[in-house]
Design a protein around this ligand. Sequence first.
Ligand SMILES: O=C(O)c1cc(=O)[nH]c(=O)n1[C@@H]1O[C@H](COP(=O)(O)O)[C@@H](O)[C@H]1O
Length: 233
Amino acid sequence: MTKPANPIIAAIDTTDLSTAMRWSQQLNGQVGMLKLGLAFYLAHGAAGVRQVTEKPVFLDLKLHDIPNTVAGGVTAVLSLGAAMLTLHAGGGTAMIAAARNAAETAGGARPKLLAVTVLTSLSAEALAETGVADNPSQQVLRLAKLALKSGADGLVCSPLEVAMLRAEIGPEPLLVVPGIRPAGAAVGDQARTLTPREAIGAGADWLVIGRPITGAADPAQAAAAIAADLEQG
Ligand SMILES: O=C(O)c1cc(=O)[nH]c(=O)n1[C@@H]1O[C@H](COP(=O)(O)O)[C@@H](O)[C@H]1O
């Protein structure tokens, strides 16, 4: 696919509607897309999404349930016209296939289904605690292959796995990458991070960036600085 002109997806992580609307206005033209996730959607639902922007959003609901329930969830949000929708790869083949089937039965444009592999907040130790003995990279590859053969259009992974995934799965699947920290930015709860330029250089299509933008005194300026740095890279 053609690379987006501006690969930054700003994560609008807030439960406050007016804050979300303000960030949306400030970042209009400074980022390639907005992401609305769990906290915002639980607080304001589909009506809130429509209030924040008329443009297609990345709807990050990380669906993870039995196939029938996930299919129902996909169907429920199709009318929003989202550009992307997340589900957990760990839900397995049947769940992902059911999501794809639900997305297609509506006909017309549908969101790209992105399978979340191993959360960027998980270190190797934290992953081991969940019972996965493999390192994050091995587990990401296992889940990536499962998700793509089951009907996912792309993957969410940390920047540390991007080069490995590109070598294994080729240029086509969308790689949407959170865990992005400009040099010097606070890491917070993220465990597997790289800078924007490193992530794009490794082969990411989109970068998901939240607090380094929304936590800045001037979010528009913070986004513009990252975009300018990427253009130089
Ligand atoms: O699916 C996601 O977007 C996601 C997956 C993941 O593994 N890690 C991750 O951080 N995210 C999201 O990406 C955003 C990262 O935000 P910051 O850490 O503030 O840049 C948040 O909205 C997370 O919900």
